[in-house]
Ligand binder design. Structure first.
Ligand SMILES: [Zn+2]
Length: 306
């Protein structure tokens, strides 16, 4: 039986309620060569992030998929500490972000070595943090297309996904680049239904969302959170439901987080708009409760469980 692999162990479908598929707890968007990159005391992160995570729990969020991969400050030890302090299961990625965030060791590694590293993180655990296994593979590519190094990282991700059944999620803002990525996945035996198109809302052509959803891709609208944007997101969801891809749709906010580049980690943005406001807007627009349950529970579980 498939399970969501989290910081608090594997969780079954029935263990979980609402799952947010793209929220950050700890991110550093500076590159690896900047002083202080990814540095923070886990206790400071716990102190700052406990209130927003408790608020999310209070409105029904039962797990969060954390997309901060290698290159943007991934700290599995910090995520584990936050999970233990708050009781919130987090799904931690393996994988590497796009250029210029790719650290030198990953730039220089062979595709086979990268695939082996990702597979080990998924099956055995991350960087000696033995209690945390990676739950998925997070990568990213340039807005207009993949560089050779980004293509190598994606190919390694596809190899690891084909071996383990883990999902590959990619920050990709153009639908035509997703098509190029699916071709690489196919070459490595990874089917489109193991691919999560992160930030799909940034592709203006909705027909492309629907086409890729019909091919099996998980189409993630993850910029929800600004009340002024709710109408646009309601329309996006309604169009996707009408196009028949409601079973491939993921909804999230891309919010949070402790930022080590800011004094004291900065001010995290809350995770509660989607559960407390946006789902009600969907109801107002005629989306029934079963469909909403599919969007916030079944879909993220099916996308990320293995
Ligand atoms: Zn993000």
């Amino acid at each position: 039986m498939s399970a969501l692999q989290t910081t608090l162990g594997p969780l079954d479908r029935d263990d979980l309620g609402m799952i947010l598929p793209h929220e950050h707890v700890f991110v550093d968007l500076r590159t690896y060569d900047q002083p202080g990159y990814a540095e923070a005391d886990p206790e400071d992160v716990v102190r700052l992030m406990t209130a927003p995570i408790a608020a999310a729990r209070a409105v029904g969020v039962t797990a969060i998929v954390e997309p901060s991969t290698v290159g943007v400050g991934r700290r599995p030890d910090i995520l584990l500490a936050v999970s233990r302090a708050t009781g919130m299961p987090l799904v931690v990625p393996t994988g590497v972000y796009r250029e210029p965030w790719v650290p030198p060791w990953a730039r220089d590694a062979s595709v086979d070595a990268l695939a082996e590293w990702m597979t080990t993180e998924i099956e055995a655990g991350i960087e000696g943090v033995v209690d945390v296994r990676a739950g998925w593979v997070k990568v990213s590519v340039g807005d207009e297309g993949m560089t050779p190094i980004e293509e190598k990282i994606l190919r390694a991700a596809a190899m690891a996904a084909a071996r383990t059944g883990a999902a590959v999620g990619s920050h990709t803002v153009r639908g035509r680049v997703v098509r190029d990525q699916l071709a690489i996945l196919a070459e490595e035996g990874c089917p489109p239904d193991r691919f999560v198109w992160i930030h799909a809302q940034q592709e203006p052509d909705r027909a492309t969302h629907h086409e890729l959803g019909r091919r099996g891709v998980w189409v993630e609208y993850d910029g929800i959170g600004d009340p002024a944007e709710d109408d646009r997101y309601v329309a996006l969801v309604r169009d996707a439901l009408d196009a028949g891809i409601g079973g491939r749709l993921l909804l999230s906010q891309d919010l949070g987080w402790y930022d080590p580049a800011q004094p004291g980690g900065g001010t995290p943005r809350p995770y509660t708009h989607l559960p407390t406001v946006f789902l009600g807007r969907l109801q107002d627009a005629g989306v029934d409760d079963d469909t909403i349950g599919g969007l916030v529970h079944d879909n993220p579980f099916d996308a990320f469980a293995r």
